[in-house]
Design a binder for this molecule. Structure first.
Ligand code: 8YV
Length: 323
C-alpha cells in the first residue's frame, strides 16, 4: 500500500510525477499553494501520513495542533524553516525535515546576479532599450559602481554564504564575514571574520545577506546598521526579508546612503512593500533565488526522500532537530 501524502505546494512536473508514482498523493491544484486550512482539511479527509510544503505555509503552534494524528512527517521544500514552530512540532511528535545542500549554488548565483545588476544598473539599461534608446548616452552618464576588487561583507557564512564568497573571489573581491561562530580556516579560505557585525559594516562596499530568518536576525539591518555602511554601498538580500528593517532600507536607498540594492526577499510576501517598486536603484525579484529547473527538482526529490525515510522507519535524512 502506498503511503498517503499531501503535496501542498505548487512544484515541478517531475516532482509531481514522482510524488504520484511513489505515494498515494493529493496534489495542490493551484493557482496558489494550499493554505493551512486547505492542508488540514485535505490531510484529515485523506488520513495523510505526510505533508510536502514550502515556506508559503506558516506552520505555527495552532496550525500544527490542528493537523490530524495520521500526519507523521512534514517536509519543507526549502532550506529555511522560520515558517515552522519547531518546539510545537517536537511536542506533537511530528518529524520535520528541510532540503539543505541542493540549492546553495543556484542561490549564490542569483545573489551574484543581484549584486552585479544592482551595481551596474542592469535593470535600468534594459528599460532604456525597451523604451527605444535612440539618444546619446555620454561617458559620464548612467554610471554604475565597479565590482571587481571591492570589499564585500557577508552576513551568515553557511553553505550559501560560502558559495557566494567563492563566486566573489572570482571578482577579486576582499571577503569579510560575520556569523555567530568563526569558521575553521579550510572553510574561511582567507575571509576576514568579524565577531561584531557592526564593526564589519564600515568596510563593506557591498553587503550580501545569507543569514536565516527568525527572531535572532530580525531587523539586524536597521537604521544604525545602515548608518555604519560606507556612503554608496550596495546591499544584496537573497535570504530572508525579516533580516532588514524596510523603513530603514527605504531611507538608505532614497538618501543616497546606498547606491543600490538587489532584493529577492521581503518582510511581506507576496504582498511586498510597493514603495520599492518606485525606486530606480533597486533590482527586485519575487523570492526566486533557488528557481532553476535542476534545483527545484532536487529540492522536491529531497523532500520526498525525507518523507519516504521517515515513513519507512529509517532516520530522516535532513531532520530539523536531532533527539
Ligand atoms: C524558497 C527558500 O523556499 O530554501 C529556502 O529557504 O527561501 C527558497 O528556496 C522557495 O523559493 C519557495 O518556493
Amino acid at each position: 500500500m502506498k503511503r498517503r501524502l499531501i503535496l501542498a505546494c505548487l512544484t515541478t512536473t517531475d516532482v509531481i510525477a514522482r510524488a504520484k508514482a511513489d505515494f498515494d498523493a493529493i496534489v495542490v491544484e493551484g493557482p496558489s499553494d494550499m493554505t493551512v486550512e486547505e492542508v488540514t482539511r485535505a490531510a484529515a479527509a485523506h488520513q495523510a501520513e505526510a505533508i510536502l510544503f514550502t515556506n508559503s505555509l506558516r506552520l505555527d503552534a495552532t496550525a500544527i495542533a490542528g493537523l490530524p494524528e495520521s500526519v507523521k512527517v512534514g517536509a519543507t521544500s526549502s532550506v529555511g524553516f522560520d515558517h515552522i514552530d519547531i518546539p510545537a512540532a517536537k511536542a506533537r511528535g511530528l518529524m520535520m525535515t528541510n532540503t539543505p545542500g541542493v540549492l546553495d549554488e543556484c542561490t549564490a548565483d542569483f545573489g551574484m546576479m543581484l549584486m552585479l545588476a544592482a551595481a551596474r544598473r542592469g535593470i535600468e539599461y534594459d528599460r532604456i532599450m525597451r523604451n527605444g534608446w535612440r539618444y546619446r548616452i555620454g561617458q559620464g552618464d548612467l554610471l554604475g559602481v565597479r565590482v571587481t576588487g571591492k570589499r564585500v561583507g557577508i552576513l551568515g557564512m553557511g553553505r550559501i554564504g560560502r558559495a557566494f564568497a567563492q563566486r566573489a573571489r572570482g571578482f577579486d573581491m576582499k571577503i569579510m564575514y560575520h556569523a555567530r561562530t568563526r569558521l575553521p580556516p579550510e572553510l574561511e579560505q582567507g575571509a576576514e571574520y568579524f565577531a561584531d557585525f557592526h564593526a564589519m559594516l564600515p568596510h563593506c562596499d557591498f553587503l550580501s545577506i545569507h543569514a536565516p530568518g527568525g527572531p535572532a536576525t530580525d531587523k539586524m539591518m536597521g537604521a544604525e546598521a545602515f548608518s555604519l555602511l560606507p556612503q554608496g554601498a550596495v546591499l544584496v538580500n537573497a535570504a530572508r526579508g525579516t533580516v532588514i528593517d524596510e523603513d530603514a532600507l527605504y531611507d538608505a536607498l532614497t538618501s543616497g546612503k546606498l547606491f543600490a540594492a538587489g532584493l529577492d526577499v521581503f518582510r511581506a510576501e507576496p504582498d511586498f512593500d510597493m514603495r520599492f517598486a518606485a525606486l530606480e536603484n533597486v533590482v527586485l525579484a519575487p523570492h526566486v533565488a533557488s528557481a532553476s529547473k535542476e534545483t527545484r527538482d532536487a529540492m522536491g526529490y529531497k523532500a520526498l526522500d525525507n518523507i519516504a525515510a521517515v515513513l519507512d522507519g529509517r532516520p530522516a535524512i535532513d531532520p530539523l532537530w536531532r533527539e
